[in-house]
Every structure is written in structure tokens, then in C-alpha cells.
Write a protein that binds this ligand. Structure first.
Ligand SMILES: NC(=O)c1ccc[n+]([C@@H]2O[C@H](COP(=O)([O-])OP(=O)(O)OC[C@H]3O[C@@H](n4cnc5c(N)ncnc54)[C@H](OP(=O)(O)O)[C@@H]3O)[C@@H](O)[C@H]2O)c1
Length: 352
């Protein structure tokens, strides 16, 4: 089959699209005929290499895809050949007895299991013509949902849903600041905060991106390239601050984010695109009694909650560009250069 792959970490030039051995399925797996996938910032981190990430090469990247089940393993009852499905990329891990994590499984919340990992980051991904994945990681996709939608929403919408609804415990009427509203997580968070009945303040680097953010439900847009966003929040809220900040940007926004919070406010983070080591500012945290909340991916139940809302049309991914998988290097360029708004979709060349 044809697959996106790389044989070393590095720049965009390591990305290739070419022949890769056809995947074989285990008893608990399904083989999916991939119709569409999408890039996440994670694909950039994985390509560049991360501390502790020791991948067998060649590595096939990709954590989001949707397609049609072609074949299932002997133990699979959850899906059948012909089913339309999308991937939930989080895997609890720890099933292997030789793995120390097996001693501490968290069946109630797999994201807290010591062996939790993400398909495409820690194991072979799904940006290929076919993908063999655990059947328990597949969710049904109704017939009316286009492949570009089904293949692009899972990772970022489940992440934003858990962050806002289950971790930050968002309440109607609260003020929420969402950074990086043009990104995958950001544009999902804007939609979810708006749906939850909140007053949404969004930051982005251009007026065009802020217009898209308004279309997603942002009530106020702040261009962080031209304005000090903490000052803007102070003015827009008459000095009261926001209840919740959604931050996946990290070092570049952390200090300002804390300044934006009212006393007792919540800072919720799932990422650190600009770096993971900001000045901790403990004095502001204890004086203002702030809560710092981490969040990663979602449980299967939480993911299915938000995907049902996508299938029902309540939430809608914005698509920056749709490219053949052979142009995955361009997809990385769009993300790294912060060009456009929303998700970058990739489709196997044979499907075009
Ligand atoms: N823990 C988890 O489960 C999880 C899940 C998903 C994502 N993440 C992490 O969350 C981050 C976002 O992921 P994504 O896929 O949504 O990425 P993305 O689509 O590439 O979006 C990144 C966003 O960050 C903004 N940004 C970049 N540099 C900035 C700066 N200096 N100041 C302000 N904003 C800046 C960009 O805004 P502009 O376009 O306005 O410049 C862009 O919208 C990544 O670090 C990713 O690894 C973690």
C-alpha cells in the first residue's frame, strides 16, 4: 500500500509517500480503508522527535482518520466490514504483562493509565491507504457525515471537550479566553465554550483568523500580534478578568494568561506549542487562588459525547486545506507557518 512515512526525525524533507508493507490485523483489530485523515500539531512534534520517543523506522504518522472497515480480527464484534468509522487515537496500554503499566490500569479513565499512548505518536499511525487499529478505538460515523469532517475532528474536539467540560467544569455565563483560536484545538474550544453558554474571548494573529473565530462563536476577538491580550481582556471585562483561560500555546502566553484570570479563576492547558517552561509565577497563583489544570485527550465516553454533537451538526470543523497524502510536507508547512484557520485534511492519493 501507499503510506506517508519517514525514516529519521528532522525537517519537512524527511517526509515521503510511497510503498509500505500491507498491514496485518491481530485478533482484536480492524483493517480500515482510509478515506480521509487530518494533521495535528502532534504530527509536527513526532516528525521533529520528542524526548523519550523511540520509534521504529520507517514510521507512518497520523492520529486522525475515517474510512470503511474492510476486515476484522477473530475477536472483533464491535465493528463489521462495510461500517463507516472514525478513529479515537488514545490507547490505554498496559495489556502486555511484560509492561509494568499493566499493574496500574485505569479502566475508568484510560488517559490516566501509565501505559496511555497515542496512535501515530508512539505507534504506527494511520496516514496510509489502509490502517490496522484496535477495533475498540473505532466509533461509527453516520452516512450523512462527509469523510473530511469524520477524518478531521476526533483528536482536537475530544481534547477541547475534556479540557472545558470535564476538567475546567465550564458553567453557562462564565467568561472564557481561548488562545490560538485558529488552530485545531483552539477552534474546537471556541465552539464548545459558545455551546456551553459562555462569553468567549478569542486570540489569533490576524484579523482574517479573528473573523473565522467569530463565525465559530467568539464574542470578542483580540489580535495578539498588534495588542497586549492581557490589557485587552482587562478593558473588555471592565477589570474583572475571565473565569477560565484555555491555553495550549505555553511560554508565549502563560504569564499574560494568569493576569487575565479573576481571583479563583482556572487555567486549563493541553499543550505548549511555544515551549513548556514559562516562569511559574507561583505568587500570582496563590495570591489569586488560581487553579492550574492539565488535560490530555479524553476517555472514549467523553470523545463519543462530543463526536455525537459533531455528527448532529452542532460543532463543525473548519478545513484550511485538503491535500493528497503525497503532499503531507505542505500540510506540515501550513501548520508550522501558522497559515490559515482550522484543520488540514489529507486524502490517500488513490482516493482522489
Ligand atoms: N495533550 C493533548 O491531549 C493535546 C491534544 C491536542 C493538541 N495538543 C497540543 O496543543 C497544541 C495545539 O495543537 P493543535 O493541533 O491545535 O495545533 P495547531 O492547529 O497547529 O494550532 C496552533 C495554534 O497555536 C497558535 N500559536 C502558535 N504560536 C503562538 C504564539 N506565539 N502566540 C499565540 N498563539 C500562538 C496559532 O495561532 P495563530 O494562527 O493565530 O498564530 C495556532 O492557532 C500543540 O502543542 C499540541 O501538541 C495536546
Amino acid at each position: 500500500m501507499q503510506a506517508v512515512q519517514f525514516t529519521a526525525h528532522g525537517g519537512r524533507d524527511v517526509i515521503e509517500y510511497g510503498e509500505f508493507p500491507d498491514p496485518e490485523i491481530d485478533r482484536d483489530e480492524a483493517l480500515v480503508d482510509v478515506k480521509a485523515g487530518a494533521l495535528n500539531h502532534l504530527d509536527v512534534w513526532t516528525r521533529r522527535g520528542l524526548p523519550g520517543l523511540d520509534l521504529p523506522f520507517p514510521h507512518v504518522p497520523g492520529s486522525d482518520m475515517a474510512g470503511v472497515v474492510r476486515e476484522v480480527g477473530d475477536d472483533v464484534t464491535r465493528v463489521s466490514p462495510g461500517d463507516r468509522v472514525a478513529l479515537l487515537a488514545g490507547v490505554a496500554g498496559g495489556d502486555d504483562e511484560s509492561d509494568g503499566a499493566a499493574a496500574f490500569p485505569r479502566r475508568d479513565d484510560p488517559t490516566l493509565s501509565p501505559g496511555f499512548h497515542i496512535i501515530g505518536e508512539d505507534t504506527r499511525g494511520v496516514h496510509s491507504e489502509y490502517a490496522a487499529v484496535p477495533a475498540s478505538n473505532l466509533v461509527p460515523v453516520p452516512d450523512h457525515v462527509p469523510w473530511e469532517v469524520a477524518g478531521s475532528v476526533s483528536l482536537v474536539f475530544q481534547t477541547a471537550w475534556r479540557m472545558l467540560i470535564h476538567r475546567a467544569d465550564l458553567r453557562a455565563g462564565e467568561r472564557v479566553l481561548v488562545h490560538g483560536a485558529s488552530g485545531g484545538v483552539g477552534h474546537a474550544a471556541v465552539q464548545i465554550a459558545d455551546y456551553a453558554g459562555c462569553e468567549v474571548y478569542a486570540t489569533a494573529s490576524s484579523e482574517a483568523k479573528l473573523e473565522h473565530a467569530a463565525d465559530c462563536g467568539a464574542d470578542h476577538g483580540i489580535n495578539y500580534e498588534t495588542d497586549d491580550f492581557a490589557r485587552s481582556i482587562y478593558e473588555l471585562t471592565d477589570g474583572r478578568g475571565v473565569d477560565v483561560v484555555v491555553d495550549h500555546v505555553g511560554e508565549a502566553t502563560y504569564e499574560g494568561s494568569l493576569k487575565c484570570l479573576r481571583k479563583g479563576g482556572r487555567f486549563v492547558t493541553c499543550g505548549a506549542t511555544t515551549g513548556p517552561n514559562p516562569d511559574a509565577a507561583l505568587n500570582r497563583i496563590f495570591v489569586h487562588q488560581l487553579e492550574i489544570i492539565g488535560s490530555t485527550m479524553a476517555t472514549p465516553e467523553q470523545a463519543e459525547e462530543v463526536l455525537e454533537l459533531v455528527w448532529d451538526g452542532v460543532f463543525e470543523p473548519r478545513i484550511r486545506e485538503t491535500l493528497p497524502m503525497s503532499e503531507t510536507a505542505r500540510a506540515h508547512e501550513l501548520i508550522e507557518n501558522r497559515e490559515g484557520f482550522g484543520k488540514v485534511v489529507v486524502i490517500p492519493d488513490s482516493e482522489l
